[in-house]
Design a protein around this ligand. Structure first.
Ligand code: SF4
Ligand code: SF4
Length: 597
């Protein structure tokens, strides 16, 4: 069959065809579509789930792999930090069935708190890493990645970047699943990590990396015969190909797909007749450092141009124009390559990220903000939709670090600045991911903070995946529902309030104000499903009573409210989700409800 597949879909198809038995992950852009696609496939020897977090997912994958199953754990780059603990141990303990750790890096970053280069993690963990340049290449590399994992009994990192994850390509393949027999768990002393064994296995790991170098080198390739050498990989390889169009004879390219471990022989062969080497890669200078080390160790000196001498940017994404600019800088002759400005033409207007129109938690943030008015308050925020509590005019996010850190950072702030009230905001999925341990700590250590759990009954930002609080499993099948309130009570916290943010704003503000009055540890659960999950029953419009005061817009910042060229406010009926929040702030009764027929 021939199919146009997005990079992440291509990975999913290939995983399934190549007999993956267990696929687990935690949603995070740009990795989410791998599991989202895999969930469409069914077989009697195939299991897929969204796990509570990336560490949980990788540990499940590890258990299944020790039983001989082919497994994959998927995550985004920052999720790998959460899974770092089992990954580092697993590199020493080893695996049985092939285990791939699919990690999507986000240069830019487009939807992450940090840029992070997973190729460095591979070097840190001493594990092989594949870095495909296109959806088709990703599709083709899944099979050898499983085989390498099984041959050397090691997890293999499969790293892609946003542009490869989310670009589309036509791929021809036979949709036929490889059937494998899972042999079952076999007891072995190797599976128990102990200090003495760990040392022995570390030595073995180093040897395995040496042994696999030549074999993995087959996935790297040299193109062209020019005397100017370019070392590149991932999506940057295609930027290079485009940028040197018309000048191909001058260049040769070393395309590195398996970044670690890197075979010295190939690098030395490539470099032997080059006048210079140019390193084009996104994020960290991983290829540059690896290649330079090989050259140094072999007494070779060739002029080099890359990140380390300032020719290539360290942060953000590259594109064809940026790569052309790098060549202009190196050759100091702008005629050498014509500057193409097509990306300038394609530039779209910049807009501030905002909570959706009708998001129930726009109201939750404002309820707390109004209830805390007059008090000296610090708001700690978290990852996901509710990082957007930072945006004006909501402005109720003073910190945001990583998953779950709103609750723990709030405690740190309270310890060191106890005169202030500290209120933490966290989403429901994030709470299950990493918030629970922080909550236990605040109870145990008597940290008197207020924790607001903004429950929208889904994992909103990544595309509505279920989580333990929804009680639904990946296929929408019934799981067991974990009640946030029972969990909080089970820890021992008695001060709990549950609020529907769509109900009376004034009454909700009053309830929360009373709740904030004392300094006890307390949890407020704001619960209302994500506006995008349900078809709306009503929307609002602005009538002739409008005085153009703009209070509705200025207080809520709702993207459905806009102003025409005459300064007249209007509500875009196609965007409004009927939350009714803006109505609370209009003193002229100019905002009225319209029922959807
Ligand atoms: S316009 Fe008003 S009612 Fe509609 S979504 Fe925005 S705040 Fe809610
Ligand atoms: S708050 Fe009311 S009167 Fe003021 S701009 Fe909005 S709709 Fe018009």
């Amino acid at each position: 069959m021939k199919k146009v597949l997005m990079g992440n879909e291509a990975v999913a198809y290939s995983l399934f065809i190549n007999g993956v038995n267990v696929a687990v992950g935690y949603p995070g852009t740009p990795s989410t579509e791998v599991i989202e696609t895999l969930k469409n496939f069914q077989d009697d020897d195939f299991y897929v789930e969204w796990s509570t977090n990336e560490k949980v997912a990788l540990e499940i994958a590890a258990g299944a792999s020790l039983s001989g199953a082919r497994t994959v754990a998927t995550m985004k780059q920052v999720g790998l930090n959460v899974a770092a603990d089992p990954l580092l141990s697993l590199s020493v303990v080893g695996v049985e069935g092939g285990l791939l750790v699919f990690v999507a890096d986000d240069p830019g970053p487009h939807s992450s708190q940090t840029e992070q280069d997973t190729r460095n993690f591979a070097r840190f963990c001493n594990l092989p890493v594949f870095d495909p340049s296109s959806p088709k290449e990703a599709f083709e590399l899944i099979k050898p990645a499983f085989e390498i994992s099984e041959k050397y009994k090691l997890p293999v990192l499969f790293r892609m970047t946003t542009r490869v994850c989310h670009s589309n390509q036509s791929i021809e393949f036979e949709f036929k699943r490889e059937k494998r027999k899972i042999k079952g768990f076999e007891k072995k002393p190797d599976w128990v990590i102990l200090p003495a064994l760990s040392y022995k296995k570390h030595m073995e790991l180093e040897q395995k990396l040496q042994d696999m170098k030549k074999e993995l080198s087959a996935y790297n390739k040299v193109e062209g015969r020019g005397k100017i050498g370019i070392v590149s990989g991932g999506i940057s390889y295609f930027y290079v190909k485009e940028a040197i169009k018309g000048f191909e004879d001058l260049f040769s390219i070393l395309k590195i797909t398996v970044v670690h471990p890197l075979d010295e022989g190939l690098v030395l062969e490539f470099a032997k007749d080059k006048q210079m080497l140019i390193f084009i890669e996104e994020l960290d200078p991983v290829l540059e450092e690896e290649v330079k080390l090989i050259l140094f160790e072999n007494g070779k000196f060739i002029p080099t141009y890359g990140k380390r001498n300032g020719y290539v940017q360290f942060a953000g994404e590259l594109d064809v124009d940026k790569v052309r600019d790098i060549f202009h800088k190196i050759f100091s002759d702008r005629r050498f390559l014509a500057k193409n400005t097509f990306t300038d033409v394609l530039q779209t207007p910049k807009r501030q990220a905002q909570l959706c129109a009708g998001c129930p938690h726009r109201s939750s943030f404002l309820i707390v903000k109004y209830a805390a008015k007059g008090q000296d308050v610090i708001f700690t925020g978290d990852i996901g939709c509710y990082t957007l509590g930072f945006a004006k005019p909501i402005s109720t996010t003073d910190t945001c670090l990583c998953m779950g850190a709103s609750i723990t950072m709030a405690q740190g702030i309270k310890i060191s600045d106890c005169s202030k009230k500290v209120i933490a905001f966290i989403g429901d999925s994030t709470f299950f991911h990493s918030g629970i341990t922080g909550l236990v700590n605040s109870y145990y250590n008597r940290h008197n903070i207020t924790i607001c759990i903004l429950d929208n009954l889904t994992t909103g930002m990544t595309g509505f995946q279920p989580h333990p609080g929804t009680g639904k499993k990946i296929y929408g099948k019934e799981g067991r529902k974990v009640s946030i309130e029972s969990l909080v009570k089970g820890i021992g916290i008695e001060k709990i309030l549950v609020i529907d943010p769509y109900l009376s704003f004034a009454e909700n503000v009053d309830k929360v104000r009373k709740f904030l009055n004392d300094e006890e540890l307390g949890v407020i659960v704001f619960r209302r499903e994500c506006a995008n999950l349900k078809s709306r029953e009503s929307y609002f419009k602005i009538n002739q009573n409008c005085s153009k005061c703009k209070v509705c817009l200025e207080v809520t910042g709702c993207p459905a409210i806009d102003e025409d060229e005459n300064g007249k406010l209007f509500i875009d009926s196609t965007l409004c989700n009927g939350c009714g929040l803006c109505e609370n702030f209009c003193r002229y009764s100019a905002i009225e409800k319209v029922m959807v027929k």
